[in-house]
Ligand binder design. Sequence first.
Ligand SMILES: Cc1ncc(COP(=O)(O)O)c(C=O)c1O
Length: 373
Amino acid sequence: MRVPLVDLAAQEASVADDVLAAIARVGREASFILGPHVEAFERRLARDCGTARAVGVASGTDAIELTLRALGIGAGDAVVTPALSFVAAAEAIATTGARPVFCDVEPGTMNASARTLEGALDRARSAGLRVRALVPVHLFGRCAPLPELCDLARREGLWLVEDAAQAIGARDEIGRPAGGAGDAGCFSFFPTKCLGAWGDGGAVVTAREDLADRLRRLRAHGAAAPYVHAELGRNSRLDAVQAAVLLTKIDRLGAWQEARARIAGRYRAELARLPLVLPDEPAAPAAHAWHAFVVRCEGRDALAEQLLEQGIQTRVYYPVPLHRQPCFAALDPPRLPVAERACESALALPIFPTMSDAQQAHVIEQIERFFRS
Ligand SMILES: Cc1ncc(COP(=O)(O)O)c(C=O)c1O
C-alpha cells in the first residue's frame, strides 16, 4: 500500500469545484491585484487570529522579512531564532541586513522557550551584538510557549515576531490563536501547509495599525500614495487568485484540523509502547495544528528506509540545524545540543486530512515490525 507523506491531490480534489468557481470570479471581475478578494481574505484571517489587521504578502518568507523591516530592523541589529526550523526565518533576518543568532530548543517540544532564548540573548550580548527581536517558530504546528515569550520580550524591550508558518489554527497555552500573541504573526500558505494556496502566498497578522500600514506600503514598492515612494519596498502582494483560493478553503480548515488531530491521537496511542519519542498533545485550551507528526528514535535512517520499502513516505525535518548550514558558516556556530540531536533522530510520519484508517494502520504495523526485528 502506498502512503505518501502528504496527499495534496486528494485534499485539493475535495475542494476543487468551489476553488475553481472562486478563481473564475476573479477572472470575470479582472480584479487581479489586491482588491476585494485579498481584502476579504485579510479580514477573515484577522478575525480568526483575533487581531485587528492582516496584510497578505507573496510568501511566508516575505511575511517575516517585511515585518522585520517594518519594525525598523536592519544592518547592525541581531535577531534570535531557533536553530531547529526551516531556513526561512533565519534567511529573512539575514536579508534585512541583521544578524541571525540561533538558540537551542526544548527536548520535550522541540520549540524555543524563554530559557533557550535567554541563553542566546546572553551569548549575543556578550559578543556586543544589539538584539532587537525574537522570532520563535511554532514548529510542526505546536505553539512555542507564548506567555513566557511575551514576558521575556516585554522585559527585554524586544519585538516578538511569531513564525506561525506551520501553525495556522493552533492555539497557545492560554487559548490564543497562533500568530495573535506577539507584535506580529507570520503565515505561509505554501500548498502543503494546513491552509495551502494553489501556489505561493503569505500574510502577517498584527494588532498594531502602524505596523500594518507600513507593511502595506512595503509590499507595494514603498508607495504611500500612487507613484509617491516614501521608502523602498518591493512587489510582494498576495495574489488575488490565491486570496480567492484561500478564502474558499479556510472554511474547511476546522474539519481538516479535526482529522489531523484524530490521526495524531491514534499514532500517539498505538505507538506509545515502542522505543520512540512521540510528540505530546498540549493540554486544552492549547491546540496543536499537527502540520507534521515528528517522532524521534535511534536508527531513524534504517526506519525510514524500511518504511519506504513498504510504500510509506517519511521525511527528515530537519537534517541540518541552521547554525550548521553552509550559508551561516561565517557566524561562528555555537553548540546547540538539543537541536543537533533532533536533526539526527527526527522523522516525520505521514499525516494529512484524507489519510484513511487503512493507510494509517499500514504505517503503524510497519513501524511495529521494524522494532520487532
Ligand atoms: C517554519 C517556516 N517558516 C517560514 C516558512 C516560509 O514560508 P514560504 O515557503 O511561504 O516562504 C516556512 C515554509 O516552508 C516554514 O516552514
